[in-house]
Design a protein around this ligand. Sequence first.
Ligand code: SAH
Ligand code: SF4
Ligand code: F3S
Length: 497
Amino acid sequence: MRTPGTRPIVSDIGILSGEADQSLDTARQVSSESDGRQMVYLETYGCQMNVSDSEIVASVLRGSGFGLTRDPDSADVVLINTCAIRENAEQKVRRRLETFRSRKQKRAPDLKLGVLGCMAERLREKLLDEEKLVDLVVGPDAYRDLPNLLDASLESGQSAVNVQLSKEETYADISPVRYDSNGVSAFVSIMRGCDNMCSFCVVPFTRGRERSRPTASILDECAKLVDAGYREVTVLGQNVNSYRDGVNGQSVSFAELLHRISLLSPDLRIRYSTSHPKDCSDELLHVHRERDNVCNFIHLPVQHGNTAMLERMRRTYSREEYLALVERARRIVPGLALSTDIIAGFCGETEEEHRDTLSLMEAVRYDHAFNFIYSERPGTYASKKYEDDVPEEVKKRRLSEIIELQSAHSLESNQRDVGRVLRVLVEGPSRKSDEQLCGRTDSNKMVVFDDAGFVKGQYVDVRVERCTSATLLGTAVSSGANKLEASSPATTVGAPQ
Ligand code: SAH
Ligand code: SF4
Ligand code: F3S
């Protein structure tokens, strides 16, 4: 076992992110040379949890003396943090692996190629033995072991695997290296794994059992982010609102955790992803209502609009229960924005059942939605018990109907904001023009407006003048007080008024 720091630590993190914060990343000397260190290039696919995991991987590697580089051509080690959620996500990764393998064969025989994350967990030794694609396979709970595995592989030339899942690992004590961050918003993982076993989903198999990170370590990380100038955190988990930490006989719920984070600073906005409707409690909704810096936005995946389909999907709620939840959420939290995930063409879906999804969308009128074609995943309940029997063209047509309807609803939602003054957290220059800035509203809408000398991380009040279905366009009317609003020192959570 190698102890951390036996290699010289000269961080090249300045190359990776000009805005990396100093308190989280104390060894921040910029070096363009590898100083004899093995240099690692890390590429990430999949969800926000994977992005957050890559920040942990970067921290573990750097703590063991590896260097990080943005240039795959100069790397000694290439690691791909992968996603297995749908077939096409895996195909994308395979194509990337092929590219690196061919580079290794033609030009860089010593290059080590590693697969991390959900595909590593799903395919395990198959990636090494049958497909001979890679040298290293490391699952999401084994990142602490990565330096040892890499050392072993670099020294012996052998391949190395650790896909052990854990019931405890939360990486609570590891300070993530925020190498792709804009310096304004950061991800903070608060729980890992999922116990829900939705019949279509591979995540419980790739991420293991649910476990929550200790509250104190989460608050500590968020406080450091505030000190480092961050203005927004998105707390993450596969089923984030089932978070529960039990210490000394006292239990901290997700609602209580959000409340405590919200007290750290009135300037810090809080979001979360991804929540499950079964855990969207009234206590949580009251935190949204009472704490100005807990955003008025919930991503609340429904997956389908028909109760029989929801049962087959094992989602644990009916259409009626979901609609009642939406009604309750909007009553408790006025102006609440909602987004969702929807799957088209799941096993046995009839035309009528598909129309129920469309009618549920009409009933809810989401501000935004992520829509997917069902993709059978080996090992899941659905793959064993149901037939993937909706023809591909029918799946595609149903998906396009869902997308079309959502575009109309997104446009409608944005049009309602035209004429309003909304507070925007500046993230940086807009993608299209350096003379314009962009940032998000509390409800997670992207706003583009002329740069009048504002800086990243500042709150700016913007009058919305026009919109598309994806973006609001407007003009700044003030610089904002750099406060969300005077925050009251509330001590109880969720007490109905
Ligand atoms: N934990 C989150 C979602 C994780 S996966 C939740 O429960 O909401 C993100 C989304 O991918 C899911 O919400 C679902 O809509 C979609 N998804 C998951 N498995 C899928 C599959 N086999 N085929 C198509 N879409 C899938
Ligand atoms: Fe997958 Fe369901 Fe868990 Fe979400 S809640 S990760 S869809 S099993
Ligand atoms: Fe993909 Fe794994 Fe996230 S399967 S969606 S990277 S949890």
